[in-house]
Design a protein around this ligand. Structure first.
Ligand code: ZN
Length: 200
């Protein structure tokens, strides 16, 4: 059975700290290599599509990401298309530097394993570029659009002490079960129109 780490929740100070960079030597150490495996297993168990080290209490610049085809099976083709969601293989990003390629904001519901059972509309840049190190300390560059761009922005925010609730439209904050009950069958434009109808 995979070992699973505890995922800390909003309010834990570690989620509001700026995580420190890892040296290549430290990255290659048995401790960090084991931590990467544990983070991968924790993300899969949660389940989630990304996990940043501060979420398991380690204030270091390390994230793991995986958006497998199996994870996406619960979504229809239309839902996958609307989200710009495509399968992303497991990978590790260390000391990532993110730049915006296409700033045009895309709004969608997202959640966070550290804000349990809640979901909210968050605008994210359409396309981003990330330069980082992989788990072996080799430089990598990833350009992401659609859902992958969202994951990259969300996870790298964690390394700078930011959470999705900082960037959300607060009127859209809701529990996952109420989302399923009232909103999940609507498009974002329909949700947006309904939420804004009584906006002061
Ligand atoms: Zn998160």
């Amino acid at each position: 059975m995979a070992a699973v780490l505890k995922i800390v929740q909003a309010g834990d100070p570690v989620l509001r700290r700026r995580a420190r960079e890892l040296s290549v030597d430290e990255l290659r150490s048995p401790r960090i290599q084991t931590l990467i495996e544990l983070m991968r297993d924790t993300m899969r168990d949660a389940p989630g599509v990304g996990l940043a080290a501060p979420q398991i209490g380690e204030s270091i610049q390390l994230v793991v990401i995986e958006d497998s085809a199996a994870r996406q099976r619960s979504l229809s083709d239309d839902e996958l298309r609307e989200r710009g969601r495509e399968a992303v293989d497991f990978h590790v990003l260390v000391n990532p530097k993110l730049t915006v390629v296409e700033a045009e904001p895309v709004e969608f519901f997202e959640g966070c394993l550290s804000v349990r059972e809640r979901i909210m509309l968050v605008p994210r840049a359409k396309t981003v570029r990330v330069a980082a190190l992989d788990e072996r300390g080799e430089p990598v560059v990833r350009v992401g659009s659609g859902w992958y761009a969202r994951i990259l922005q969300h996870e790298i925010d964690h390394l700078h002490g930011a959470l999705c609730i900082d960037r959300m439209d607060p009127r859209s904050f809701m529990s996952v079960d109420q989302y399923q009950r009232f909103w999940s069958s609507k498009t974002v434009d329909q949700v947006r129109a309904e939420l804004d109808a009584t906006k002061a």
